[in-house]
Design a binder for this molecule. Structure first.
Ligand code: AMP
Ligand code: MG
Length: 410
């Protein structure tokens, strides 16, 4: 079904596609020690300078032997005990077995490992249960990483498994893209900062704390520019200095069409900006463009809208700018909804949900309740967003709905 949009409105996928097409990744490479490379993005392909494992070795505690020797019914004398890390073993004499531990090298002549549980030892010789396969329980040299093969590609973000892989290759210094620098500020004359006492109608700034955490969780550098009042002069000064310091400038608030919403005129004066109305809830107004050499994202002011637009639009954009390639689509899956949900026709909606197992062990999702875009508690209670398509107007209890788990956004 095609979606009916208001004049000038974009669908969320259209906005996401626009960002994908207009963001050029950073190129600058730095070498960092492996222990500091977590969440960094590879600036080059990494090939294996050695095979992993380096030698054929045992996958079990047991006995190395020649499979052909199992044809005879006679017990095999145990010649030797081999431990992991004990170096190159002597060759296996014909008609004998060697005891060996997991990780010990396979002696020349042996072609099979038998688990110790399938052996009886009597007077220094073993009898082996039938049914052993030729070549079993040997980890072959290079079966994890063959010598010279590309192990990780440029654009890969380094997580726990990748750090282990790089460590297993003995690589101490890793070529990564320099970290993305993100400057952020909150805008709004009603906002006060920690330590101040709010007067009537004033409110503590929460968005900067949220955004600092969201940016920090991606491993980027964060420059916190504080709270900027709704005044053209203050915004002009703050945004032009931010643009000189950072790759990306992020603001919240002031992007609507209220009388104190100065982000639009100031950005049009200082940079090249597109104002978007996105057919999504929360988070309809959003600004995107360039400020000097920096990219600019002007998020809405409501705290839930800040988080949702960050996760769906800014996060993938930042990862792409930081050099990640490909930026994977976040995990989304369908589960049953425990209750009726309502929504207006025409906008894609992201309601806050709690996904958990029911008494039968099936995953199901419930709403956190009040879905106001100022109710930040809903994001704290939720562990997923319930994704409701534009054309949907209601969900009945027991219907399948798509969810976007927060744990898929690490
Ligand atoms: P705006 O988009 O500037 O009109 O803001 C929309 C709503 O979000 C208003 O109620 C603001 O007070 C609130 N808001 C804007 N920025 C922040 C912030 N940094 N922290 C908490 N609330 C905010
Ligand atoms: Mg405002």
């Amino acid at each position: 079904m095609t979606q009916t949009l208001l004049p000038g409105e974009l669908t969320l996928p259209q906005a996401q596609e626009h960002l994908r097409r207009h963001l050029t990744p950073l190129q600058e490479m730095v070498q960092v020690p492996l222990c500091h490379s977590w969440q960094r993005i590879l600036a080059q392909d990494v090939s294996a300078p050695r095979a992993v494992p380096g030698w054929d070795n045992s996958a079990m505690d047991g006995y190395a032997l020649r499979h052909a020797d199992l044809q005879q019914a006679t017990p095999l004398p145990v010649a030797h005990t081999l431990l992991a890390g004990a170096g190159m073993p002597p060759p296996l004499p014909p008609g004998q077995a060697m005891r060996l531990m997991t990780g010990a090298l396979i002696p020349a002549g042996a072609d099979t490992v038998v688990m110790q549980e399938q052996v009886t030892l009597h007077e220094g010789a073993i009898r082996v249960q039938p049914g052993q396969r030729l070549g079993q329980h040997i980890r072959r040299a290079g079966e994890d990483l063959p010598l010279g093969g590309v192990v990780l590609r440029q654009g890969q973000r380094l997580g726990a498994a990748e750090l282990g892989l790089l460590g297993s290759l003995g690589l101490a210094d890793i070529p990564v893209v320099r970290p993305l620098r993100v400057a952020l500020c909150s805008t709004g004359s009603e906002l006060v900062t920690l330590g101040q006492i709010p007067g009537p109608g004033q409110t503590f700034d929460s968005n900067r704390h949220t955004l600092r955490a969201l940016v920090g969780a991606l491993g980027f550098e964060c420059l916190d520019l504080g709270v900027i009042p709704d005044s053209p002069e203050a915004l002009r000064t703050a945004l032009s200095s931010a643009a000189g310091m950072a790759d990306v400038v992020l603001t919240s608030g002031g992007v609507s069409v209220g009388e104190a919403d100065f982000v639009k005129p100031i950005l049009q004066e200082l940079g090249q900006i597109q104002f978007w109305k996105i057919a999504m809830k929360p988070g309809r107004p959003l600004a995107f463009g360039t400020l000097g050499a920096a990219r600019f994202f002007g998020l809405p002011g409501n705290p839930v809208a800040v988080m949702v637009t960050f996760l769906l639009l800014v996060r993938p954009a930042l990862l792409q700018l930081a050099g990640m390639n490909p930026v994977p689509e976040p995990l989304q899956c369908a589960v049953r909804c425990t209750q009726n949900l309502k929504k207006a026709l025409g906008r894609m909606e992201f309601q806050r949900g709690i996904v958990a197992r029911n008494a039968q062990g099936e995953w199901q999702v419930s709403s956190t309740g009040n879905q106001g875009s100022g109710v930040l508690r809903s994001m704290s209670q939720a562990n997923c967003l319930i994704v409701l398509p534009a054309a949907c107007t209601q969900v009945a209890a027991g219907d399948l709905v798509d969810i976007l788990p927060f744990s898929g956004l690490s």
